[in-house]
Design a protein around this ligand. Structure first.
Ligand SMILES: Nc1nc2c(c(=O)[nH]1)N[C@H]1C(S)=C(S)[C@@H](COP(=O)(O)OP(=O)(O)OC[C@H]3O[C@@H](n4cnc5c(N)ncnc54)[C@H](O)[C@@H]3O)O[C@H]1N2
Ligand code: MOO
Length: 410
């Protein structure tokens, strides 16, 4: 077959795009409850100590530890109960030698006390006297003031992406809103005279738009902000107008369809008409997804993904997702194909091209097995039935049954 275009490797394609991209640096203030998975723009410093007071971790009696030294079941240390700590209130007065104050979990230690004896390790002789049957060390059953978070310390550093426990520490430190990176805005345009909205009943020759929906989900799954710009006919001016609008309102634009040779001149010419440097590659040595376009227009990446729904998603996973994730999660370092599985059948592939096989995974005898989901890349069911992608490196001409392959989930 005639070579349609000069293909680059996936690695070259990624590097070329990265070299020309300028990502936004602006942030937005969000409330704590909207901050999950978002990355901090600045260090967050604790204004107060957490906790703000020495705090009991047990129900029992606040004591001076040294008053309990040597205590045992046979020879308890007898202490006089002279007070009770109320929850949420600073105790008044001072605990003197030989005294004990009733205290509940979370109660504030009275001054003079340095430990708490669990109620299980005491016997109440009368209202005013307890016997301590086990000694406590200073600080035992107590969380010290500032032990969790000292005032003035950096609670979480800039760039950190917030997990559930991070929301908790911010709440504890009294931080109720944080400045985070705003999500990368990604415009999505489907192209093709035959593509209609899912609300419509397709006439013969027409198909419902799949790619707007899969790409919308895929962008959201990388913590980007997807925005749909509808379906555009294979027409230079319509595409130019829509792409220009999507570019002005977003940080990145994904086109799907019309990337192969038939209409490539339209898509490529439209992209080139909107700014520099324009199209950087057309064709990537991978399967599926060879007829993909990568461009940067005035610092913003534009990808022309293949029309076939499975190919569009595979290229998204390999070229677009790492780029969005590198913005959404700047400190994340991850292995892209983290799993290893045994392929369950022989597969051929052309040397010099990376092949990505949709696979279903199953665990057998403690090993992962990857069963290829065969079918054309125009079939969305091939993605739906699969759990992930197995990689056949460019240097190989195939894999044999039982051979280990690297797998990425999707
Ligand atoms: N002579 C050749 N023909 C093709 C080649 C080739 O090398 N030589 N490559 C094939 C491969 S591989 C792919 S992938 C496709 C890529 O085609 P395009 O990116 O130009 O996309 P279209 O032609 O517009 O569409 C392909 C296919 O996908 C359907 N489609 C498009 N958009 C959507 C959508 N949003 N939702 C659902 N389905 C969509 C479209 O109707 C076509 O059936 O080219 C091969 N051809
Ligand atoms: O590259 Mo096409 O994307 O194989 O179906």
């Amino acid at each position: 077959m005639k070579e349609l275009f000069q293909a680059v490797t996936i690695k070259e394609a990624r590097e070329t795009i990265l070299n020309h991209v300028t990502f936004p640096r602006d942030g937005e203030k969000v409330s704590l409850l909207s901050a999950l998975n978002r990355c901090l723009l600045h260090d967050v410093v604790a204004v107060d100590n957490v906790p703000g007071f020495d705090r009991s971790t047990m129900d029992g009696f606040a004591v001076r530890a040294r008053d309990t030294f040597g205590a045992s079941e046979g020879l308890p240390a007898y202490l006089e109960v002279t007070g009770e700590v109320l929850m949420g209130v600073a105790p008044e007065g001072e605990l003197k030698p030989g005294q004990a104050w009733r205290i509940a979990t979370g109660g504030m230690l009275p001054s003079g006390a340095d430990a708490v004896v669990m109620v299980e390790h005491t016997e109440e002789l009368d209202d005013k006297t307890i016997g301590v049957t086990r000694p406590v060390a200073p600080g035992e059953n107590v969380v010290r003031r500032g032990e969790d978070v000292p005032a003035g310390s950096v609670v979480l550093p800039a760039g950190h992406c917030l997990r559930p426990q991070d929301l908790g520490i911010l709440a504890a430190a009294g931080v109720v809103a944080v400045e985070v990176r705003r999500p990368l805005r990604v415009g999505i345009i489907s192209t093709g005279d035959e593509v209609v909205s899912p609300e419509e009943k397709p006439a013969p020759g027409q198909v419902r738009d799949i790619n707007s929906y899969t790409l919308y989900g895929a962008v959201a799954a990388c913590s980007g902000e997807p925005r749909l710009y509808g379906i555009v006919r294979d027409d230079f001016h319509q595409l130019q107008e829509r792409l220009a609008r999507a570019l002005s309102e977003n940080d990145m634009v994904l086109l799907s369809g019309g990337s192969s040779v038939g209409t490539r001149d339209v898509a490529a010419r439209v992209i080139d008409s909107l700014g520099r440097p324009g199209v950087l590659f057309h064709g990537v040595s991978l399967k599926p997804g060879k007829p993909s376009v990568g461009a940067v227009v005035n610092g913003k990446p534009v990808f022309g993904l293949p029309g076939h729904p499975a190919s569009a998603l595979v290229v998204f996973e390999l070229l677009v997702a790492p780029l969005i994730r590198s913005y959404s999660y700047p400190q994340e370092s991850f292995r892209e194909f983290p799993l290893r599985a045994r392929i369950t059948r022989n597969l051929r592939s052309a040397a010099g091209r990376e092949d990505f096989v949709r696979v279903k995974l199953r665990l057998q005898d403690g090993e992962l097995h990857a069963e290829p989901v065969l079918g054309k890349s125009g079939l969305i069911t091939t993605m739906v039935r699969a759990d992930g992608l197995a990689r056949i490196p460019a240097g190989k001409e195939g894999v044999e049954t039982g051979e280990w392959v690297e797998v990425k989930l999707f």
